[in-house]
Every structure is written in structure tokens, then in C-alpha cells.
Design a protein around this ligand. Structure first.
Ligand code: SAH
Ligand code: SF4
Ligand code: F3S
Length: 475
């Protein structure tokens, strides 16, 4: 939609015979609260952009919002329950606004919306709309219906390609981002790990076309982005037809994006080990070997170091397969930072299985990692498994595992002390004169004597390594 047709302008031209609509026009502000993974961060930006084309301005202040969207995550019980407690809080704002004759529309989007659908309307009376991840491009129309008093649920898998309709596909639209940005290239999952809801909330694996991705990357670069992180629930399962007519994989796509002028850094996440072991992934390894623009960082979740548990999780690979995949990357990029995800307390996990996970961690030496206590999710095969691990045991194991991972992360950071590295200056720090930058290995680097502009890549010497960040001085 063009700027001139936006409802704000249209509302100003309305006759005073429609007073409540004029009032809405004054306060078209949307607050988007994001839960969960980077994919949701990206989606929230897309929703903000789609609504901006409809006259909405994104706000961080709840008092001025007349539309609140909760972009939710269903991965663990805690994440999903948090949504309901937040709705309870927002309901009070809605009631206060109603008391003074104003409207506040509350919407649930994202993975809880997809998983629970209209149930949400029964459970939370304050909710006006429920929209799943596949139909965000329809949001402006859905919000309009909700403003007219309808309670709308749209959790269909749209037949049209939402990316074609979202504003990121609009060549004229350059939307300001920071110096780093996410770009979704693949969505959904066909792997059906027995603990995971994603195949149910995000549908089957879909890859976006090379052209869509390259065009969106170009627009991000024009808006000032220097570093792009390609996103996908299984990003290394991405495939598409290249301009040469051949079937491309993620490695080929990285080679293509590396040609774009103005782009300095490329990352991708999250990779799955079974999409790493095939020969077709040689190009991805070559990209790490040959392209300076591809950062030396690999997020490769393993979940468990026990092949028995991996089987029960339906991961389709063994602990050894995983270690071999990492060896292949390290052979071409010995400095590559390895990151992972772990689940402890999966049904049937014995003390021995848990020790195998600790062993694997010791072998890999992670630069960073995410670890979780298993959360049983409705509708997944895991929820039907009988041999559950007690909460107490799982909590103890998680603590032990996290202590080891934290130590490894600290070791990785300490190794950087005295080294000089190029960092991307991202934003001002908390203190005056301080800048926050990002290392090639995704560490946060605090610069106390930085004067460089945001968006520059500058050499710094690391003088201190703490468990969660580095301190550097400009050289
Ligand atoms: N596609 C990615 C992971 C996406 S979900 C992969 O296969 O590696 C992100 C992480 O959440 C998972 O790696 C897993 O560690 C964690 N997770 C998923 N379901 C979970 C559950 N039911 N309980 C605890 N953690 C879970
Ligand atoms: Fe979930 Fe497994 Fe798919 Fe990852 S690969 S999103 S963990 S089902
Ligand atoms: Fe959560 Fe959905 Fe991401 S369940 S982790 S927001 S894909």
C-alpha cells in the first residue's frame, strides 16, 4: 500500500460524523512483544512493517498502544504459560481504556497461536485476534475486522506465499534496521524430533527462492545493515534453484550473497546435524574455507551425547556423526566457534546417558550453548513416553551441565585476551563513550575508548575476557 493511501491520511480527511474512528486515527500505535527464537524476532519486524503500511507506528510504550500483539513461543511449557500471564496484565489496560471510551485490541500471533488456535479465545476473554505464523501478511485486514468488534482466528496454512505479500518484498520500501539483521530463508520442519512442537507450529520445510533472498538482502544493505544472519528452523536444509539452473544448497547461497557489495558479514542459524553429513554440504564447508565474509561460528544443536537418547529423540544421527561433522568444519576453519543446544531429563535418560552428554561437551569445547530441562509438550510423541525423569534429577543435571558449559564459554573468552580482532560496532553502550561491538565469534565486545561510527568494522585489542563478554581497546 502506498503512503498516500494509508489510513492515517484517510482518517484526517473523514468528516467529523465518525468521531470514534477519528480518535483511533490519532493513536494508531502497535506494541509487539516478542517471545522465543530469532525467527519470531524477524516475524515481529515483518508484522510491524506490514502494519506500518496501514498507518500504524510501532511503540514500546503500552500506555500509548491501541493494538498489542504477543508474538508467542510454544517450545516449552514455561514460554507458553508466560503468554497467558502477560495477557492478564494487558487485560487491565484494556479495561482502563474501555472505561474512558477507547479501544485496545489484543492479538496473539506466533507459535502459541498456531498450536492453540481458537482455544485462546476461550481461555483469555481479552484476546481479540489469533493469527498463526503463515498469515502475517493478512494482519492489516484482520486487525480492521477486530476493530469492528469481531473476534478473528486465522491459523490456516495460506496457499499464497506470505513473503510475496509482506512489505519486505516491496522494492520501493526501504525499512530502517540496525547494523545487524535477520533474514528468514527457510521455515518449518519435517524432522519431528519427539520432544518438539515446531513441525506442528511452523508446518513443513519450505525454502524461499534465491531471488527473494537476494532482493531482501540488497534492501537490508541499503538500509544500513552490515551483517546478515540467515534464519531457518533447519537453515542448512535450505535449497533452491540457482540462476545457473542448478539445484543450490546453503553453501551456494552464501557464495552468491558474498558478492553483494556493502555487506561485510554473513551468519546462519540453526543447523541440523543430519543436514550436515551429506556430501552436498561440502559447499557449506567450502564457504567457511573460502569466504572471509562467512563468520567462523556454527550453531549445531545436538541435544544429547547419548546415541540411545538421540534415537529416542528421533534425531536420526549418532553422537559420533555429530563429532565428525564438527571435525569437518574445524579442518577448514580451526578457529570456528561451536555452539549448541542441549536437553536434559528427556524420558529414559539415565545417569550414564547424562555422562555421555558431559563427555561430548568436553570433547567439543563449546564457545557458547543453550541448555534446557526437558519440557513435555502436548501432541508430541515425547509426551506419551513413560520413563520420565524427576524434576529434581533433571534440575541437578541441568545445573551440572550448565556449570561445564559456562566454564567452557569463559575459557573461550579468556583465550581471546591479548588478541587483536576486527569487531563490528553495533550500538552505544550503557555508559557515556562506551560502544558495544560484536566479534567474528559472536561475542559481545565492550569498547571503552571507541569513537567510531556505529556500523564500522574496527580492529581492537582484547584486554579482558569475562564469562559473557570481552573488553577491548581500539588499536
Ligand atoms: N531446529 C533446531 C532447534 C529449534 S528449537 C534443531 O533441531 O536443533 C530450539 C531448541 O529448543 C532445541 O534445540 C532444543 O534444545 C530446545 N527444545 C525444543 N523442544 C524442547 C522441549 N520440549 N523441552 C526442552 N527444550 C526443548
Ligand atoms: Fe524441532 Fe527437531 Fe525440527 Fe529442530 S529439527 S525444529 S528440534 S523437530
Ligand atoms: Fe518458539 Fe516457535 Fe521459535 S515454538 S522457538 S517461536 S519456532
Amino acid at each position: 500500500m502506498s503512503e498516500l493511501l494509508s489510513p492515517v491520511v484517510a482518517e484526517e480527511q473523514r468528516s467529523p460524523l465518525q468521531p470514534d474512528r477519528v480518535e483511533l486515527a490519532d493513536r494508531q500505535k502497535v506494541l509487539i512483544k516478542t517471545y522465543g527464537c530469532q525467527m519470531n524476532v524477524y516475524d515481529s519486524e515483518q508484522m510491524g512493517d506490514a502494519l506500518a503500511g496501514d498507518g500504524y507506528e510501532v511503540t514500546g510504550k503500552i500506555e500509548e498502544a491501541n493494538l498489542i500483539l504477543l508474538n508467542t513461543c510454544h517450545i516449552r511449557e514455561k514460554a507458553a504459560e508466560k503468554v497467558y500471564s502477560d495477557i492478564g496484565r494487558f487485560r487491565k489496560f484494556k479495561e482502563d481504556k474501555a472505561a474512558i471510551g477507547q479501544k485496545l485490541v489484543i492479538g496473539v500471533t506466533g507459535c502459541v497461536a498456531q498450536a492453540e488456535g481458537k482455544e485462546i479465545l476461550h481461555r483469555a476473554r481479552a484476546v481479540d485476534l489469533v493469527v498463526g505464523p503463515q498469515t502475517y501478511h493478512r494482519l492489516p485486514e484482520i486487525v480492521a475486522r477486530a476493530l469492528n468488534g469481531e473476534r478473528v482466528v486465522d491459523t490456516e496454512y495460506a496457499t499464497e506465499d506470505k513473503f510475496e505479500y509482506l512489505p519486505n518484498s516491496e522494492p520501493s520500501q526501504i525499512i530502517k534496521r540496525g547494523v545487524t539483521a535477520f533474514l528468514t530463508i527457510q521455515e518449518g520442519c519435517d524432522k519431528f524430533c519427539t520432544f518438539c512442537v515446531v513441525p506442528y507450529t511452523r508446518g513443513s520445510e519450505q525454502s524461499r527462492s534465491v531471488k527473494q533472498i537476494v532482493d531482501e538482502a540488497k534492501r537490508l544493505i541499503l538500509s544500513g545493515v552490515r551483517e546478515i544472519t540467515l534464519l531457518g528452523q533447519n537453515v542448512n536444509a535450505w535449497h533452491g534453484q540457482g540462476p545457473d539452473g542448478n539445484e543450490w544448497g546453503l553453501g551456494d547461497l552464501l557464495f552468491e550473497l558474498a558478492k553483494l557489495s556493502g555487506l561485510d558479514r554473513l551468519r546462519y542459524t540453526t543447523s541440523h546435524p543430519i543436514d550436515m553429513s551429506e556430501n552436498s554440504k561440502d559447499r557449506l564447508i567450502a564457504a567457511h574455507r573460502d569466504l572471509d565474509i562467512v563468520m567462523p561460528y556454527l550453531h549445531l544443536p545436538v541435544q544429547s551425547g547419548s546415541s540411545r537418547i538421540l534415537k529416542a529423540m528421533n534425531r536420526h544421527h549418532t553422537a559420533d556423526d555429530y563429532l565428525r561433522a564438527i571435525d569437518r568444519f574445524r579442518a577448514v576453519r580451526p578457529d570456528i566457534a561451536i555452539s549448541g543446544d542441549f536437553i536434559v531429563g528427556f524420558p529414559g535418560e539415565s545417569e550414564d546417558d547424562f555422562y555421555l552428554t558431559l563427555d561430548l561437551i568436553r570433547q567439543v569445547k563449546y564457545a557458547s550453548a543453550f541448555s534446557f530441562r526437558y519440557s513435555s509438550r502436548p501432541g508430541t510423541p515425547g509426551a506419551l513416553m513413560k520413563e520420565t525423569v524427576s524434576l529434581e534429577t533433571a534440575s541437578e543435571r541441568l545445573q551440572e551441565l550448565q556449570a561445564l558449559l559456562n566454564m567452557q564459554q569463559y575459557d573461550f573468552n579468556k583465550q581471546c585476551v591479548e588478541k587483536t580482532m576486527n569487531v563490528l560496532v553495533e550500538k552505544p553502550g550503557k555508559r557515556p563513550g562506551q560502544l558495544i561491538a560484536r566479534s567474528p565469534w559472536l561475542q559481545s565486545v565492550i569498547l571503552n575508548n571507541g569513537t567510531d561510527d556505529i556500523g564500522d568494522i574496527v580492529p581492537v585489542k582484547i584486554i579482558e575476557g569475562s564469562p559473557n563478554s570481552l573488553i577491548g581497546i581500539r588499536v
